[in-house]
Design a binder for this molecule. Structure first.
Ligand SMILES: Cc1ncc(COP(=O)(O)O)c(C=O)c1O
Length: 356
């Protein structure tokens, strides 16, 4: 018997999602996966420590209600508008399982978060990739309804560009579509605008968020979706029974309750982003204006792949992205001030060595 003969064709055919490199801690200045360079609020650590000493022998609350109550309060909603996940990737999986059947189509902007395509492929769905213009504007075809499209993903701010559509533009897309529109707000805490208000305004808008980036909790794995209660109820049917563990629920609840930590961190990251973009431009880089905790850039005189390799050999890890039929560049997460200084020092030597 061939051990692969029972594997579904859709799974055999795909490569699977490949996440960014996660080298051992301390080996690199790590600016490749948009983590927060600062540790989370102290209240998070205390809450996790406390949760670790009580009740690990019993299952956690399957719906993470302590988090839902606090998040709902922060957003001015009821808790039945909120569903928690093991990172927002878990929620994106639930959404795809719920709305996308084999043979249907998902629509995504391109380039954007690569995972959407993989999730569609796992369902046996086709992916309609609508290419961004070179200046990161979304063409009008993204707004057009199509009877074959069963789910649309819109990362806002987008990754890798950090560009953002206004709530008015997003509402326009939602109004044209006959299917759910998932606004992936993984980076919205770093942006001047967000689309939470649209969940009430438009029946087909679902927003997903994560604590991985703006709350400094990528290692904890916690995200949430905001949608109408009747949609949340359907999503609950496809989730793993206990998808969020007790330590994550305790830490995430403490994090969402410490909004002053978030406000301060958001402002620090915003200032560092400005500094990093300015420093890169001074060294000849073309940098896309970003509303996220990273910037997308390239140097007109040196290939992005070479830059990535040279930075890596100097213990600085950034993300090199090559999007077939679109182009390549590097995405650099906003680091601490000293990380940015170290990055610029290495870039100075690279620029000098290349006689630029
Ligand atoms: C656009 C986007 N959405 C979702 C995620 C997943 O985040 P999480 O850590 O919550 O699974 C990422 C992670 O990089 C992302 O870039």
């Amino acid at each position: 018997m061939n051990s692969l003969e029972f594997v579904r064709d859709e799974i055999l055919a795909i490569r699977g999602y490949v996440s960014g490199e996660q080298p051992p801690v301390g080996k690199f200045i790590k600016l490749n996966t948009n983590e927060n360079p600062f540790p989370p609020s102290n209240s998070v650590i205390k809450a996790i420590q406390q949760a670790a000493t009580q009740g690990l022998n019993v299952y956690p609350d399957a719906l993470a209600n302590s988090f839902r109550i606090c998040a709902a309060q922060m957003l001015g909603l009821e808790k039945d508008w909120i569903l928690c996940g093991n990172g927002s990737d878990d929620l994106l999986t639930m959404l795809t399982r719920t709305f996308v059947s084999s043979g249907s189509t998902i629509r995504i902007p391109y380039p954007s978060y690569v995972l959407y395509r993989t999730l569609g492929q796992i369902q046996g769905a086709r992916t309609e990739e609508i290419h961004f213009e070179k200046d990161w504007r979304l063409p009008s075809s993204f707004y057009e309804n199509s009877s074959s499209v069963s789910l649309v993903f819109l990362p806002n701010p987008n990754s890798p560009s950090g560009t953002v559509l206004s709530p008015e533009q997003v509402l326009k897309i939602a109004d044209q579509l006959d299917c759910p529109l998932v606004v992936d707000e993984a980076y919205a805490d770093f942006s001047d605008t967000n689309c939470i208000g649209l969940v009430r305004e438009a029946e087909n808008v679902i927003v997903t968020r994560t604590l991985s980036k703006s709350y400094g909790l990528a290692g904890l794995r916690f995200g949430y979706a905001v949608a109408r209660p009747e949609i949340i109820q359907q999503l609950q049917k496809v989730k793993d029974s206990y998808n969020c563990d007790a330590l994550a629920i305790a830490g995430a609840t403490a994090a969402i309750n410490d909004q002053s930590w978030l406000t301060e961190n958001r402002s620090t990251i915003g200032n560092l982003r400005q500094q990093m973009a300015r420093d890169l431009r001074q060294r000849g880089f073309e940098v896309t204006p970003s509303q996220a905790n990273f910037v997308w850039c390239h140097h007109p005189k040196i290939s992005s792949n070479d830059l990535y390799q040279q930075l890596k050999s100097n213990q600085i890890l950034v993300r090199y992205m090559d999007y077939p039929d679109w182009g390549s560049g590097i995405r650099i997460s906003v680091g601490t001030s000293s990380q940015i200084t170290a990055l610029m020092a290495i870039l100075d030597t690279i620029v000098a060595e290349n006689n630029l």
